[in-house]
Write a protein that binds this ligand. Structure first.
Ligand SMILES: [Zn+2]
Length: 309
């Protein structure tokens, strides 16, 4: 049983590459090794890994084939440590911190972190329901820090021209879902909600005009911050948007404090990272690590895709 409670204990537990491979092999296949190319269970162990026994396939593979670990020179021990740190640090971990802690270059750390973020995205397609708080925030381009002639006019609040908007939906006592969007117009917001929030749910927003018209599909409760209200009482029930606002505050402290600057191109992946941590917040570090490990064979992005080649 693995019971590591911090990075040092994790590195003690995964003492070498063989231990990491055996652990992941068990997690991936549970004793029934399946060919990742054709799915066959007719598999032979070789000196270097496995060979498929299916006549039409007959391909070689290893435990890292078709995972985020494939074709990288980074050892599993380093990957595991990075996955653990990103899963358990509240606000995230920068490539500089990761490079220092694991003794790798910052460039390698940057690549490792982005591959992990990509795999952490929520692939669930079940709709949020019950009470759902919806709100948007803006990331990037801090106007007051800019040179005077580069300042963007009217960039306060919702008309922010140089910032990237993110829409967040949180189900009460449930999951958060985040979307980087080109704008916060009514059509954009309504489309996202249409595909992510079940009909007849109660949707709680602030008084932003783009949320008008939601009551054709939902029970729409508006919390009017301008009038000093943060909780609205209807009958015996209280409604608020505190959960999404608390989430934004962690998100922003992470983005500004840890990552300093996040380009629009990579922002969705940071959203995946923060969303994952929020959604698995009740779990222990080991459980979070194991959940992350179940995701490593779903998606894989190459370094060239990341840098836009
Ligand atoms: Zn095969």
């Amino acid at each position: 049983m693995n019971t590591f409670k911090n990075l040092t204990q994790l590195l003690d537990f995964f003492k070498d590459e063989e231990t990491c491979k055996a652990y992941y092999e068990q997690k991936r296949w549970g004793g029934n090794v399946a060919c990742p190319h054709c799915g066959s269970l007719k598999v032979y162990r070789t000196n270097r890994g496995f060979k498929c026994g299916e006549k039409l396939c007959y391909k070689k593979f290893t435990v890292t084939t078709q995972t985020i670990f494939e074709n990288t020179k980074i050892g599993l021990r380093t990957w595991f440590a990075a996955m653990y740190l990103i899963s358990t640090s509240k606000k995230g971990v920068s490539s500089l911190q990761l490079a220092e802690q694991l003794g790798i270059t910052q460039k390698t750390a940057w690549f490792v972190l982005h591959r992990i973020r990509e795999m952490l995205k929520d692939n669930g397609n079940e709709q949020l329901e019950g009470e759902v708080e919806v709100d948007e925030t803006y990331v990037g381009g801090k106007n007051k820090n800019r040179h005077k002639n580069k300042k963007v006019e009217n960039s306060q609040g919702r008309s922010a021209k140089d910032k990237t908007p993110v829409v967040g939906l949180i189900q009460r006592d449930g999951k958060v879902r985040l979307f980087v969007v080109p704008n916060t117009e009514s059509e954009t917001l309504h489309t996202i909600m249409g595909s992510n929030v079940a009909e007849n749910s109660t949707v709680i927003t602030d008084a932003y005009r783009a949320y008008n018209g939601l009551d054709s599909r939902y029970t729409h409760v508006t919390v009017k911050h301008e009038e000093g209200g943060y909780v609205i009482k209807i009958g015996d029930q209280k409604f608020h948007t505190n959960n999404i606002e608390n989430f934004w505050s962690i998100f922003k402290r992470g983005i500004i404090g840890i990552y300093h600057f996040v380009s629009a191109k990579h922002l969705q992946r940071y959203c995946s990272e923060f969303g994952y941590r929020y959604n698995e917040r009740e779990l222990t570090g080991v459980k979070k690590f194991d959940i992350a490990l179940t995701k490593v064979s779903s998606t894989r992005i190459t370094y060239n895709t990341l840098i836009g080649k």
